[in-house]
Write a protein that binds this ligand. Sequence first.
Ligand SMILES: [Zn+2]
Length: 65
Amino acid sequence: MPWCEECDERIEEEDLTEEGTCPVCGSEPIEHRKSPWYFKFMVVATVIYVIFRIVQGILWLSHHL
Ligand SMILES: [Zn+2]
């Protein structure tokens, strides 16, 4: 999804001008510069952290029951 740095807004693919620029300010949007692997990595890291916290909680409970 293209992102306009000038407007600080996401632009819909169909809203882009024929030149592929922002319809509001006319500057060239950043297209998919934030590679998806980074987001996937963040999601995986968050899931691992949450699982780790849950396991930690279960271990804590098992020691205190
Ligand atoms: Zn713009």
